[in-house]
Design a protein around this ligand. Structure first.
Ligand code: ZN
Length: 104
């Protein structure tokens, strides 16, 4: 599985946990902690790299601050993943708009 897919799965998990609030899962997981810093571990040195959906959708390469490894988005093999990310991003933007409107 490519790194972009592991990121995508990570976001999908976040997204579904949002939806499944009606089914309370009281198990203690580190999910909340992870959700503050979306990203992945460098495949070379294990350094945590923060990635945003924006980075991926804009096909921005990721650079590991520790070992300098550059991860580029494999557009050809990531089309479906990128498409899902765009949808996910749109959904998140809509959700944040709704929240802002509700506050005013
Ligand atoms: Zn590294």
């Amino acid at each position: 599985m490519s790194w972009i897919n592991s990121i995508l799965n990570w976001w999908k998990n976040l997204f579904s946990s949002e939806k499944n609030k009606s089914e309370p899962v009281k198990e203690a997981t580190p999910a909340v902690e992870i959700s503050r810093t979306p990203g992945l571990n460098c495949p070379e040195c294990g350094t945590r790299m923060v990635v945003s959906i924006q980075n991926l959708v804009n096909l921005e390469p990721l650079n590991c601050p520790t070992c300098g490894l550059e991860l580029t988005v494999d557009v050809e093999h990531s089309q479906s993943a990128l498409e899902s990310l765009r949808k996910l991003q749109n959904g998140l933007e809509e959700a944040s708009k709704v929240r802002k409107d509700a506050k005013v």
